[in-house]
Design a protein around this ligand. Structure first.
Ligand SMILES: Nc1ncnc2c1ncn2[C@@H]1O[C@H](COP(=O)(O)OP(=O)(O)OP(=O)(O)O)[C@@H](O)[C@H]1O
Length: 251
């Protein structure tokens, strides 16, 4: 089976300073990979490279032919804490922007609008369609950005900490939704919520300067120790945070 995405010996960084070294990872159809790691470990950097927003220092990312940037881009839900709430844009416009890459010949404007409307209804946020994003709660923001990520019906859905600033109710709903979506999409999920990750994802990638892949979702202390991937929970501000100590490389 050919992977949807093949990451080969990828080194990434900023201003010629590497932050991630020689990463190897393959993402297959219907994978559900949980990405964990400490603050500044390089999780978002890796996602940026997969999205084509950061050029590799070395190595490469190979996409399967049908992962086409124009027609089926990768769906991406960015970290909402990085979104400027003062930017004057409505819920509808944010979701609509998820189709910005779609070529007009393939799908009409009316079809895109219809899909936006359908997603807003499906996510239960149709009533706030004309609100400015600055007026939304954390849970509403996440719903909006999830609709945006799904607009192009992508083969691969990438979510960067979608459980930040959401209430317990929506968190449960979100993970159930992801479980449904995973029936036809590969999902890459960055989260600090190790407990939740272990009950939903199929495999785990630990990112801390390097990437270590664990081909199952069991992340008990014992298991992590045996993987040489010790992890403990600490509190970092409001958000429980994972810290990984040193790793040993394993393919
Ligand atoms: N635009 C940038 N320019 C320079 N350095 C950056 C830039 N973005 C990130 N970095 C640095 O790269 C390293 C990895 O950051 P990254 O945001 O990928 O980590 P992360 O694992 O996603 O962390 P967090 O859990 O806090 O989101 C950090 O040392 C960070 O300071």
């Amino acid at each position: 089976m050919e992977p949807l995405i093949k990451i080969k010996d990828l080194t990434l960084g900023y201003d010629r300073e590497p932050v991630l070294h020689k990463v190897n990872l393959e993402i297959f159809e219907k994978d559900f990979v949980g990405v964990i790691g400490p603050n500044g470990g390089g999780k978002t950097t890796l996602l940026k490279a997969v999205l084509g927003l950061l050029a590799p220092m070395s190595g490469k990312i190979i996409f399967r032919k049908d992962i086409n940037k124009q027609k089926k881009p990768i769906g991406y839900l960015p970290q909402v804490k990085h979104i400027d709430r003062n930017f004057p844009i409505t819920v509808f416009e944010v979701v609509r922007s998820g189709a910005i890459m779609q070529s007009p010949a393939d799908i009409t404007n009316a079809e895109i609008r219809k899909r936006v409307e359908d997603l807003l209804v499906e996510m239960g946020i149709s009533h706030i369609r004309n609100k400015a994003i600055g007026e939304l709660s954390g849970g509403q923001m996440q719903r909006v950005f999830l609709c945006r990520a799904l607009l192009s019906d992508p083969k691969v859905l990438i979510l960067d900490e979608p459980d930040t600033f959401v209430d317990n109710h929506f968190e449960g709903e979100l993970y159930e939704k992801l479980k449904q979506l995973n029936k036809e999409k590969a999902i890459i999920l960055v989260s600090h919520d190790v407990g939740t990750i272990s009950s939903y994802v199929k495999t785990i990638a630990c990112v801390n300067g390097e990437l270590h892949y664990h081909p199952d979702n069991i992340i008990t202390q014992d298991q992590l120790n045996s993987y040489n991937c010790p992890i403990k929970l600490i509190t970092h501000g409001e958000i429980p945070h994972t810290v990984l100590k040193h790793h040993h490389q394993h393919e």
